[in-house]
Ligand binder design. Sequence first.
Ligand code: EPZ
Length: 430
Amino acid sequence: MKGEFYIIGNSGEKTLSGKVVISGAKNDMVNAFAASLLMKGDLFVRNVPDVSDTEAMAALLSSLGGSVKRTATHEYKLNTGACAGSNLRGDIAKSIRASILYAGPLLARFGLVSFPFPGGCVIGKRPIDLFISGFMKMGARVSEKDGIFSIRAPRGGNIRGASIFFKRQSVTATETFMLAAVCADGTTVIKNAACEPEIAHLAEFLNSCGARIKGAGTSMIEIAGTGLLSAGKKIYDILPDRVEAGSFAILGALAARSLTIERCIPAHFEALIEALIEAGVDIKAGENTLVVRNSKRGRPFRAVDVKTHEYPGFATDLQAPMAVFLTQAEGEAIVFETIFEGRLGYVGELIRMGADILPLDQHRIQIKGGTELKGREVESPDLRAGLAYIIAAIVAKGDSVVHNAHYIDRGYERIEERLRAIGVKIERKP
Ligand code: EPZ
């Protein structure tokens, strides 16, 4: 599924309508795959998104000796009973940052893990210092040679529970140490933990399998080491993708007469919903649906300032689509990206499309809204910005080509089919 997308813009007309069903979240899928390393028997996973990051996590687990069976569309049976190795294969681990999630349970189970500096979308430096210092706090020895990190449990023993303070909240580090701590000796406390819904969901599932985790979803998590768990017939049901749902809400506001977003959890992207309501978008949120309507009859939306923040704040993953929204709102807005220092790299192409955006510094841009976007040929710099370009291209006047479809395929399943179903004129070219 490489290639590019051809999109015929609708010149800002609100022509789309219908419903879209939200896929399972890539960022919860990665947790389910990593959790399989803590299970004595099979782990059944449901609502798995059919995206290339799922293929990468599956390939990595298979290369460790795990059994990965796709039992039906969006369903997998994972079994790690035969896993022997704990070297993460470099070519795959370098392509996906979440591969580091495997490191925690592998270290706890085999006393050893090695991996290259993990890759993923280029949205900033994305260091791994929190992982290294956390492993050391658990008694592990860390070495690095030719770009490969080797982490070893203390001689003749297991990693041990520790008090781990994160100098900044990190989603993947919180998940990694929660997973490692389940099989460590003693109790681990993670302080200044990230609070994203995927973390609480992972903990809830692990607890249902026998783990003893308290406080997940808050900034202080306590995990009593219990050893390997048993899922039995329990199913890890991947959460709906809150970023995908939020992006469709933005698309709906900009380009739909009426768009119903189904199988989502609006409570997981409340910061976006509040910002859109403040901007004047007509949104009705239920428990599992969201309806965006064009009730404005030609009246423009208002500009709102946006500052990204750890959950429950405004998600950095929704920052680029929101910037596209703001190009169409009346007035000036500041977008302040606080999480990653390289996540405004998409701005140049939006300016070429006609957006009036002034980069202020590495973290902030000023957007003057109410500009007409024009169709252009653009290159997605990463997954989330890629979808933002698609939204911009839909709103624009004229045709666009969005290159690097493979970034978009990392996290959005069959995006062109689902967009076509609500009226978008989009084709994929190989
Ligand atoms: C997760 O990335 C998500 N990925 C990202 O989604 C998301 O953008 C990000 O969290 C923030 O919400 C997954 O869940 C798989 P972090 P993660 O560690 O865990 C710094 C997407 O498009 N940091 O929470 O890698 C880091 O540089 C992706 O789906 C350190 O300084 O992000 C950043 O500034 C992109 N040292 C901040 O913490 C470390 O050791 C938060 O990053 C680790 C992180």
